[in-house]
Design a binder for this molecule. Structure first.
Ligand code: 6LW
Length: 522
């Protein structure tokens, strides 16, 4: 039986939503405070995904400045109806829904419209297009009149005016007493409306629950089989945890599959964030059955029967020379565009990064670009030259969990003006210098190698070609369990004057990322 490896989208890609148009599948995930926002992926076989674009990739579309990395753009839903793609999502501030919006496009590769605000409270909006052509938005919010803590609600969306109309229908308070119910999606099968949701929170107690009704606005009755999918009862040896937040799609061959988020903890902690896993689904008179063979999300799963599937080529390893006019789609900045600060050099000789006062520890827009770490075992290195004008100026590589939790390996100068490489870690307001190495040539290869134990940092002075091992940082330092939040590790390039305006700029000739030994999707 041919199989595939889960996760199908490794690295920080939480809250996946999926739809199909003909033989093509499209998927979107949360992007939090990263810019551009809401990555859109395409697949022909549900297993291999290639990024097409971002839904929000124009300056000023959403106010992300000032936000913690784990706030921002949460839990989108993508749907297609009548030749048009729709994405609904929420801007979260201080971990609460502050603005829900809809964005549309005729082509999933864009351009997408500007976000249209909706009078919708809460988070995790979704869309359901009924047979009668009516469109319904569902979402979750604090329970208004008991029964909570949370509740799922619904209102009709006027597609011409992109405006919610008519009364609000409170649909359901969840199956698990006392647990917050979220991430609703509505599906109709054989005339029955199936409301699928997540409960228990996005950590270890995460689960998939359901309710059903014969009429779209309810009443919805709890599916007594709930939870329909969870790993909350599976012990520490289970390789996949936090399973929940699903979206379902039917294939042209009549199969149903679900995408779900999950994490791959090692010794109880995870660094890659919530990733996208693919799970088979069958249907009975009661409703969907997730992972009918095993009841669990597996790292090796049988292939979808998509006989004629067109496979997307997905390169794991890459050396980027930054000789294209714009950065690849895998590169994100924080809270806004940085095209004026971080750009491919006009002479084609790599990436230029301006020194600005904005430190990585702020909630502003630092001169930073990063890509997701997608393998626990990986190598990343960059060839960089930088001559700092002051010891507060630095430029280099960062292993970035969030603004309060990251490590930097950077070129700077000491009090005497001599160039050196400095390795520091920052944790909740405290910066600790772990190691330094003199770099008389001012040009170096900065490298970090990760595995189950930790992140080992080293530097090669290109004047002498001599490598110096600096120090290793334990892997759990960068874990969500330690740092909090909802995101995974990014590997980035940055420059800052740490509050001091600078005039210089760093030059990065190339950046290398490749999975480590045995790290297929490790
Ligand atoms: C998202 C909610 C959740 O809105 O985490 O996993 C929030 N569950 O559904 C942010 O990812």
């Amino acid at each position: 039986m041919p199989t595939f490896r889960n996760p199908v989208l490794p690295g920080c890609h939480p809250d996946p939503s999926i739809c199909r148009v003909g033989a093509d599948f499209y998927l979107v995930t949360s992007s939090f405070a990263y810019y551009p926002a809401l990555p859109v992926f395409h697949s022909g076989d549900l297993v291999h995904w290639r990024q097409l674009t971002h839904v929000l990739n124009r300056p000023g579309q959403l106010p992300l400045q000032g936000l913690d990395v784990s706030d921002g753009v949460w839990a989108p839903t993508i749907r297609h109806h009548d030749g048009r793609f729709y994405v609904v999502s929420t801007l979260a501030v201080n971990r609460r829904g502050s603005l829900t919006f809809v964005v549309t496009a005729d082509d999933p590769a864009g351009p997408w419209s500007d976000p249209v605000p909706l009078e919708a409270e809460g988070i995790d909006p979704s869309l359901f297009f009924d047979d009668d052509g009516r469109c319904w938005l569902t979402a979750c919010r604090d329970a208004v009149a008991g029964g909570g803590p949370g509740e799922l609600w619904m209102r009709e969306l006027d597609l011409d005016r992109l405006k919610l109309v008519g009364p609000t229908h409170v649909l359901w308070h969840g199956a698990l007493r006392g647990a917050w119910v979220e991430a609703p999606h509505l599906y109709k099968r054989d005339g029955v409306y199936h409301l699928i949701a997540a409960e228990g929170g996005t950590e270890r107690n995460h689960s998939v629950t359901a309710a059903r009704s014969d009429t779209v606005t309810g009443p919805y009755v709890t599916d007594p089989r709930s939870p329909l999918l969870t790993h909350r009862h599976r012990g520490p040896d289970e390789p996949v945890h936090n399973v929940g937040h699903v979206d379902l799609v039917d294939t042209p061959d009549g199969e149903t599959w679900a995408v779900t988020l999950g994490v791959r903890p090692i010794a109880g902690t995870h660094t890659l964030g919530r990733e996208v896993f693919l799970v088979p689904v069958t249907w009975t008179a009661h409703g969907p059955v997730f992972a009918p063979e095993t009841g669990s999300v597996r790292l090796t799963e049988r292939l979808p029967g998509l006989a004629s599937a067109r496979q997307e080529e997905v390169a794991a390893a890459s050396r980027v020379h930054f000789d294209e006019p714009v950065l690849g789609l895998e590169w994100n900045s924080l809270r806004g565009p940085v095209t004026d600060l971080v750009r491919p050099a006009a002479d084609g000789g790599g990436l230029e990064i301006e020194v600005t006062p904005e430190p990585l520890s702020s909630t502003g827009v630092p001169a930073f670009v990063g890509r997701r770490q997608q393998h626990v075992r990986f190598h990343a290195q960059a060839r960089i030259s930088f001559s700092a004008a002051h010891p507060s100026e630095e430029a280099g590589l960062t292993v970035f969990q969030n603004q309060d939790h990251h490590a930097t390996l950077a070129l700077t100068v000491d009090e005497g003006g001599s160039t050196q490489a400095v390795l520091t870690i920052r944790e909740t307001g405290t910066t600790t210098r772990l190691a330094t190495a003199p770099l008389p040539s001012g040009e170096a290869i900065l490298a970090v190698e990760g595995d189950e134990a930790g992140y080992a940092f080293r530097v090669q002075d290109l004047g002498t070609d001599r490598w110096t091992d600096l120090a290793a940082v334990e892997r759990s330092f960068f874990s969500t369990e330690r740092a909090g939040g909802f995101v995974g590790v990014y590997l980035g390039l940055y420059a800052t004057g740490n509050g001091r305006a600078g005039s210089g700029r760093a030059r990065v000739r190339w950046f290398d990322y490749r999975p480590g030994r045995g790290a297929a999707t490790d």
